[in-house]
Design a protein around this ligand. Structure first.
Ligand SMILES: NC(=O)c1ccc[n+]([C@@H]2O[C@H](COP(=O)([O-])OP(=O)(O)OC[C@H]3O[C@@H](n4cnc5c(N)ncnc54)[C@H](O)[C@@H]3O)[C@@H](O)[C@H]2O)c1
Ligand SMILES: O=P(O)(O)OC[C@H](O)CO
Length: 338
């Protein structure tokens, strides 16, 4: 059934998903805060700062007016970087209060909030009153916007404690090249999504330094071990980490030049300064911020995350990456299963 959907956030992922939802037959309004970007989307059907090659459907309507975007929408998809999520959710809550609407909220944000260490769905639940939403569903998994834009085959997860709501999202998004699975483990889906970005930066850095396949496989596997440890400490189902929002997303992000996190790591490995890497990317590198949040959280919870800790030292205290790697490799020998 065709739905009226509002998409908040017109960066690489928000604009690509909005376009896909239009092509799936839904009526979609895309909200962005930048008037020039909105004009380019409406008049020329392009979004050049984010998706250079995608020509958007002429049925996709963009606006800078959030109220216009969400009025009458049964479904609201939020695709804002973690840093801006709470502010956008607060703005949305006020509008939904005026409109007396109770839409299904979906988010595709991958990160943890600085200082509070909250997951995106926790931030949304705090900012959007229960009377203003029917449920919050997480859309996560291995899904570079660049591949979805060219209709390459993609499989992701819709996670919600209420599986009926996850199934609704599954139907809204699925098509011949985009396949959605369901999961009731929101905690696992969100920890997997956030923490894989840390390991992707590490994988990029290894390649930038000239390491090869064995090193990358070791990092991905041991990275998954620490992602699982932290997630399980917060109640995640360990099985989620061998699924799409776990190992699936980790593999795509830690092996792809399309990944902003991998590219950032590669540039760091090649000797560039973090500030320059962030400035030149022009898109969000969530893993830089998630590394700090995850490191602090792991200390509070006393969960061992040696790779995250090493990357934190590199990103926030200027530690040399080669020294960080040699310290990681010379730790006490231990069992793989712990
Ligand atoms: N790009 C992908 O392939 C991809 C895939 C899956 C998930 N994600 C996740 O989706 C989220 C967004 O990523 P992206 O790649 O689209 O980022 P992006 O950097 O391409 O775009 C972010 C967009 O959000 C807007 N924005 C930021 N703060 C805002 C605020 N306070 N108010 C209004 N708009 C704001 C920016 O103007 C920009 O349009 C991230 O958490 C990312 O991890 C991205
Ligand atoms: O480009 P990245 O590194 O932000 O990753 C994007 C998605 O999370 C991949 O699933």
């Amino acid at each position: 059934m065709a739905e009226k959907i509002a998409v908040l956030g017109a960066g690489s992922w928000g604009s690509t998903l909005a376009n896909m939802l239009v092509e799936n037959g839904h009526s979609v309004m895309l909200w962005a805060r930048n008037q020039k970007q909105v004009d380019q989307l409406n008049q020329d059907h392009i979004n050049p700062d984010y998706m250079k090659t995608l020509v958007y459907s002429d049925k996709l309507v963009a606006t800078t007016d959030m109220k216009a975007a969400v009025t009458g929408a049964n479904v609201i998809l939020i695709v804002i970087p973690t840093k801006g999520l709470r502010q956008v959710a607060d703005q949305l809550d006020k509008i939904l209060g005026e409109l007396e609407q109770q839409p299904l909220i979906i988010h595709a944000t991958k990160g943890l909030e600085q200082n509070t260490y909250k997951r995106p769905s926790e931030m949304l639940a705090e900012e959007i009153a229960p009377a203003h939403r029917s449920a919050i569903v997480v859309l996560s998994g291995p899904s570079h916007a660049e591949d979805v834009a060219i209709k390459d085959m993609t499989a992701v997860t819709a996670a919600c404690e209420d599986l009926e709501k996850a199934k609704k999202v599954q139907k809204l998004f699925s098509n011949s090249y985009f396949r959605v699975y369901t999961n009731d483990d929101v905690i696992g889906a969100e920890f997997g999504a956030a923490l894989k970005n840390i390991i992707a930066i590490g994988a990029g850095a290894l390649q930038g330094l000239g390491y090869h396949d064995n090193a990358r496989a070791a990092l991905i596997t041991r990275g998954l071990a620490e992602i699982r440890r932290l997630g399980v400490a917060f109640g995640a189902n360990p099985m989620t980490f061998i699924g799409l929002s776990g190992v699936g997303d980790l593999v795509v992000t830690a092996t792809s030049k399309n990944s902003r996190n991998w590219r950032a790591g590669y540039q760091l490995g090649q000797g560039q300064k973090l500030d320059d890497v962030i400035k030149n990317m022009g898109m969000v590198i969530e893993g830089v911020y998630t590394t700090k949040a995850a490191y602090e959280l792991s200390r509070k919870r006393q969960v061992k995350m040696p790779i995250t800790e090493s990357l934190y030292e590199v990103l926030y205290h200027g530690k040399d990456i080669k020294d960080a790697i040699s310290q990681l490799m010379s730790r006490d020998l231990t069992s793989e299963i712990e």
